[in-house]
Design a binder for this molecule. Structure first.
Ligand SMILES: CC(C)(COP(=O)(O)OP(=O)(O)OC[C@H]1O[C@@H](n2cnc3c(N)ncnc32)[C@H](O)[C@@H]1OP(=O)(O)O)[C@@H](O)C(=O)NCCC(=O)NCCS
Length: 213
C-alpha cells in the first residue's frame, strides 16, 4: 500500500477519502495518511483522518508521498499546484472502481485527475492533468479536455467537444456536440451550452447566455 494524502479537507476532500476507501475495498492500494489544508490547524481531525499541515508542511514532507488535490475551484487549484515544490510528491489518478470506459485502449489520461463514481467515458477521449470529475459525469466520443477543469455532479459533455483549462461546470450542466469551451469559463447549474463560449465568462440558463453583472 502506498502512502497518499488529500489536499483539501472540505466536503470534496472527504468525498475523495470515501473514493480511496472504495478503491481499497476492491484492491488494497492506498494508505490514507491524512489531509493537507491551509485553512485548518495541524492535528485537527475529521472522520477520515487528521490535518497534517498546509503547503509549508507538504513542501517539507521528508518521504515520497502521493497527493490528490480535492480543490473544487479551478483557479485556486492551479495556484496551489504552482506552489508545490517538493520533488517527492506524486500526483496519481484516482478512478472510482465503477467507472465505465467504452474503450479503455483508446483513451489517454494525464496525472492528478479524480474520476468519480458512476462516470461513463466514451471512446477516443483525451484528458489532461488535474481534472476533477465529481460523480455521474458523461464524456462523449472524441472529447478533448485540458487541465484543472471541475465537472460537478451529472455534467454531460457531448461528442467532439474541446475543453481548455480552468473551467467550472455546474451541477447537471450540458454541452452540445462539437462545441468548444476555452479557459476560465463558469457554466451554471442546469445550464445548456449550445454555442461556442468566450473565455473568462459565466453562462447560465437553457440555452445558456452570458451572465452580465
Ligand atoms: C452561475 C453561478 C456560478 C452564478 O453565481 P453568482 O455569480 O453568485 O450569481 P447569482 O447567484 O448572484 O445570480 C445572478 C443571476 O443569475 C441567475 N442564475 C444564477 N445561476 C443560474 C443558473 N444556474 N441558471 C439560471 N440562472 C441562474 C440568478 O437567478 C440571478 O438572476 P437575477 O440577476 O435575475 O436575479 C451559480 O449560480 C451556479 O450555478 N453555480 C454552480 C453551482 C454548482 O453546481 N455547485 C456545485 C455543487 S456540487
Amino acid at each position: 500500500m502506498k502512502d497518499i494524502a488529500i489536499y483539501g479537507a472540505g466536503g470534496y476532500g472527504r468525498e475523495v477519502a470515501c473514493l480511496i476507501n472504495a478503491i481499497n475495498r476492491v484492491s488494497p492500494t492506498w494508505n490514507l495518511i491524512g489531509f493537507f489544508d491551509d485553512g485548518l490547524s495541524k492535528g485537527q481531525k475529521n472522520e477520515y483522518g487528521q490535518i497534517l499541515g498546509g503547503i509549508t508542511e507538504l513542501n517539507n514532507y521528508p518521504e515520497e508521498l502521493s497527493i490528490i488535490m480535492a480543490i473544487a475551484n479551478p483557479q485556486m487549484l492551479n495556484m496551489i499546484i504552482n506552489k508545490i515544490t517538493n520533488t517527492q510528491i506524486w500526483f496519481p489518478n484516482i478512478i472510482a472502481p465503477d467507472v465505465l470506459f467504452l474503450d479503455e485502449a483508446n483513451i489517454s489520461i494525464g496525472h492528478g485527475n479524480i474520476i468519480g463514481f458512476r462516470t461513463a467515458i466514451s471512446c477516443n477521449v483525451r484528458i489532461g492533468n488535474f481534472n476533477r470529475l465529481n460523480t455521474d459525469i458523461f464524456l462523449g466520443h472524441d472529447v478533448v479536455i485540458g487541465n484543472y477543469n471541475m465537472f460537478n455532479p451529472s455534467t454531460r459533455i457531448s461528442g467532439e467537444v474541446t475543453i481548455g483549462n480552468c473551467n467550472f461546470f455546474g451541477v447537471s450542466s450540458v454541452v452540445f456536440q462539437q462545441k468548444s469551451i476555452g479557459n476560465n469559463t463558469i457554466i451554471g447549474a442546469n445550464s445548456v451550452i449550445i454555442k461556442k463560449t468566450k473565455d473568462n465568462t459565466t453562462y447560465t440558463g437553457n440555452p445558456a447566455t452570458e451572465l452580465r453583472f
